[in-house]
Design a protein around this ligand. Structure first.
Ligand SMILES: O=C(O)C1=C[C@@H](OP(=O)(O)O)[C@@H](O)[C@H](O)C1
Ligand SMILES: C=C(OP(=O)(O)O)C(=O)O
Length: 435
């Protein structure tokens, strides 16, 4: 029988404190704002993206109030689309820029959506075009980008085809607006990326009382009119965020459990643990929690499609130098259109560490190697910062992040939590002051 002592301490399971899902928080906020009456979000994510979303909804006529501990947000919704004029600041949040304009289009008046330089650079054309075809008067910057001006008297609905090859967020935004249209809306979705997010949207819409049908191909969705009813939501921990502590388990040979993230999760990014399994980690996805145990060595020599879980491809790419053979990740072309061009950013940072990398339009190959000290260019991309923090942890190399605080987009306490789980982690928590 094993007793206490150093080995027992080394083997002890680490229980990570992962904040709520950004995607669930911002969807639940929108649906609660669109429903009449009071809805509650328990354990919402409190971060730049969700606070921006909450503030935007307050400006659009809903009331979102937080309790003292920010553990429960109470939303008083209006039961209809918002009334303009309103100026909406989306900050860095893709979810705000893609979910809020369709919602506003179901209301009446004029609305102006804008965001940071980073968000202004991200594509919106398919969404702007769809709103125009539905009868909204839309004026956008070149290529449909922010700032976006809308003038609307509500949406009749109807049927439109939508190209979702750049982002699934356009589809989610239109779907969530659809029950507020006068006749209902049918979407014929083409070239969809990030499919699990669309399923998450539909699941949450159903929770708020929406009625819809999805055809057998999954590409045609018919949403009935009739609005929403208020509902309470318990927000699960964020699966994309959990990828960093799971990867940390894999590279340190420790066991990390994330409570509250289990087999029934609607977050596709929990699928990242199956990729870690290919690297040799042991994975248990239980009803209420997920556990990853690493053996400290990473197996490579595989090629994996991470198109459905692309927010986690950098987590794998950043630790891939520690694998015993090359790792290729493909299907991730749309990751070039996020907070940064993520393929380019990961490739350049790995090269700065002395690692051999090849990359193409929608793929990257990372070769085994010993990373050397480097300054990591985060490009204000939270996931670049968090991914390379895990490489620093796993390799013991000194990596300096040029913008450690950018993690506040989705996980303001990231460095502190990594340090709590893995004391002595080389990126100091003191670097975490907010921008
Ligand atoms: O709908 C969502 O909540 C999200 C969808 C994904 O974007 P794309 O659909 O643009 O890939 C993902 O990258 C993003 O972090 C969140
Ligand atoms: C792509 C991301 O964010 P968003 O599109 O919601 O801004 C992300 O969080 O990785």
């Amino acid at each position: 029988m094993k007793t206490g002592g150093p080995q027992a301490v080394a083997d002890a399971e680490l229980v990570a404190r992962i904040p709520g899902s950004k995607s669930l928080t911002n969807r639940a906020l929108l649906l609660a704002a669109a429903a009449p009456g009071t809805s509650r979000l328990r354990a919402p994510l409190v971060s730049d993206d969700t606070v921006a979303f909450r503030t935007a909804l307050n400006g659009l006529g809903a009331r979102v109030e937080a309790d003292d501990a920010d553990q429960c947000w109470t939303v008083t919704g209006t039961g209809r689309g918002p009334v303009g004029p309103a100026q909406v600041w989306c900050a860095d949040a893709g979810t705000a820029a893609r979910f809020l304009p369709p919602f506003a289009a179901t209301g009446r008046g004029t609305f102006v959506f804008d965001g940071s330089e980073q968000l202004r650079a991200r594509p919106q054309k398919a969404l702007a075009d769809a709103l125009t075809r539905l009868g909204t008067h839309v004026r956008a910057h070149e290529g449909g980008r922010l700032p976006l001006h809308l003038e609307t008297s509500g949406l009749d609905g109807g049927e439109i085809t939508l190209d979702a090859s750049m982002s699934s967020q356009y589809v989610s935004g239109l779907l969530m607006a659809a029950p507020l249209t006068r006749r209902g809306l049918t979407l014929d979705v083409r070239s969809l990326v990030s499919r699990p997010y669309l399923d998450m949207t539909l699941r949450l819409m159903r929770h708020f009382g929406a009625r819809f049908e999805v055809d057998e191909t999954g590409g045609r969705i018919e949403v009935r009119p009739g609005g929403y009813r208020a509902a309470d939501v318990v927000v699960e921990p964020d699966a994309s965020t959990a990828s960093y502590v799971f990867a940390a388990a894999a590279v340190t040979g420790r066991t990390v459990t994330v409570p509250g993230l289990g087999a029934d999760s609607s977050q596709g990014d929990l699928g990242f643990v199956r990729v870690l399994e290919r690297c040799g980690a042991r994975v248990t996805v239980g009803a209420q929690s997920t556990t990853v145990t690493g053996d400290g060595r990473l197996r490579g020599g595989f090629d994996v499609d991470m198109g459905d879980v692309s927010d986690t491809f950098m987590t794998l790419a950043a630790i891939a130098p520690l694998a015993d053979a090359p790792v290729t990740i493909h299907g991730i072309g749309h990751a070039r259109l996020k907070e940064s061009d993520r393929i380019a950013a990961v490739a350049a940072n790995l090269r700065a560490c002395g690692i051999r990398v090849e990359d193409g339009n929608d793929w990257i190959t990372v070769r085994p190697g010993t990373p050397g000290p480097a300054r990591i260019a985060c490009h204000r991309d939270h996931r670049i910062a968090m991914s390379f923090a895990v490489l620093a942890l796993g390799s013991g190399v000194r990596l300096e992040l040029d913008d450690p605080a950018c993690v506040s987009k989705t996980f303001p306490g990231f460095h502190a939590e990594l340090n709590r789980l893995f004391p002595g982690h080389s990126i100091p928590a003191s670097s975490e002051e907010r921008r």
